[in-house]
Ligand binder design. Structure first.
Ligand code: FEO
Length: 394
């Protein structure tokens, strides 16, 4: 088992590593998950967060490598969600004298509702002296639950950021600069797109609230610690939380007999013709959480479905339902709906309706095709999309 790791003088990583978890609420976690918790060995021995309940033994064993858990004085529960609070009942048993702090009122109420455990409530601006260090609390409401907060340790310049800046990435190495950085940033973006994206405005406010802090380490509750690339991840969060898009296109579709696929390929060609990078993603072959990674900063999204039994394909409906739950309403993205049909264009029309509900700007009426599109019809479709691109740029 990986030992506890001292990530800063007298601050230890004591979390759990879930090497083989491949789904977090339906979001594919192909690199596994970590549940990070941190132990601060100050006059008041302090534990920041816990781990998922199934990792309680591993987590408490790591604490025990550093100190007898019974000596812990303070537990900070930055977040109620059970991947971080699930081991609180065990911690309560092994640390009977610890005082548990959570954000007020939602964190306190949430911990009580989940575990019947009483906590002391703290709010933004509150501090707690634990000896050489003073902990500062900043509530980060709706990033991504009502109770979320972050904790800043002034002596070390450590921001214990909980879910913010996290990545689902299991590794024996705890720091950004010890891992494949491309993969770490990819997983940070996938995490943002699938967990935090709907709450960009709140996340941006939270970033501003932490803006004056002298941050030397960002210790999230998932993935690696940001040590050498703090400026870059902050810059990326600035772009993501302000809904900045890139000039790129994602074309998502399902198809039964290749007509909708032919339309999708033609739409991709329109973007290529206009010098815009484009991805073609068959929703049967690409998980919706991976499509979100591609789509979350794309200026253009095209979605296509044929009609199946008077509806859009269930695969496409699933993707759009997921997208609707995640996408911010004010994203100012360009949407294009399309699809083929045999005797009724209900499927493509449902795609159009759902894309409008998501909040896309839809400059074109839904592009439909009965049976099989001819070469001439495909050229027309390409020309329509080229016009949309040119009008958007004008
Ligand atoms: Fe990682 Fe919202 O829990």
């Amino acid at each position: 088992m990986l030992n506890a790791i001292e990530v800063s003088p007298k601050v230890w990583w004591v979390g759990g590593i879930d090497w083989n978890e491949r789904s977090f609420h339906g979001y594919t976690t192909e690199k596994g998950i970590t549940y990070n918790a941190y132990l601060i060995m100050d006059e008041k021995i302090t534990l920041i967060d816990t781990a998922k309940a199934t990792f309680a033994d591993e987590f408490i064993e790591r604490i025990s490598e550093v100190v007898d858990p019974a000596k812990i004085d303070v537990v900070i529960a930055n977040h109620v969600e059970m991947d971080h609070s699930g081991s609180l009942p065990r911690i309560k048993q092994v640390c009977p004298n610890a005082t548990i702090y959570a954000s007020a009122p939602q964190g306190v109420a949430g911990i009580k509702a989940h575990f019947g455990i009483d906590c002391v409530g703290v709010k933004t601006g509150d501090t707690l002296n634990i000896g050489e260090r003073t902990l500062h609390f900043v509530q980060t409401t709706m990033v991504h639950w009502p109770d979320n907060m972050v904790t800043y340790s002034d002596k070390d310049g450590i921001l214990f950021s909980n879910d913010a800046f996290g990545q689902h990435f299991a590794s024996t190495k705890r720091f950004d600069d010890e891992n494949d950085l491309c993969e770490v940033f990819k997983q940070a973006k996938k995490y943002y797109a699938n967990i935090v994206w709907p709450y960009g405005m709140q996340a941006h406010k939270a970033l501003e609230a932490c803006g004056g802090l002298d941050i030397k380490l960002i210790c999230p509750s998932h993935g690696v610690i940001w040590r050498s690339h703090i400026a870059e991840i902050l810059e990326k969060y600035e772009a993501w939380t302000t809904y900045q898009t890139e000039e790129k296109a994602v074309v998502v579709y399902d198809s039964m007999w290749h007509s909708t696929e032919a339309m999708a390929r033609e739409i991709v060609d329109a973007f290529i013709k206009e010098g815009i990078s484009a991805q073609l993603l068959d929703v049967k072959d690409n998980h919706i959480s991976d499509i979100m990674l591609a789509a979350c900063d794309a200026r253009y999204i095209a979605v296509g479905s044929p009609t199946l039994n008077s509806n859009m394909m269930p695969t496409v409906a699933s993707f759009l339902t997921y997208f609707r739950g995640l996408s911010p309403k004010n994203s100012q993205r360009i949407g294009i709906a399309f699809g083929s049909y045999g005797w009724s264009p209900l499927g493509p029309k449902q795609v159009e309706e759902q894309m409008k509900n998501i909040g896309f700007e839809m400059p074109l009426p839904v592009i439909t095709q009965q049976w099989i599109p001819s070469k001439e019809r495909l050229s027309e479709i390409q020309a329509q999309v080229v016009k949309v691109i040119e009008d958007t740029r004008a």
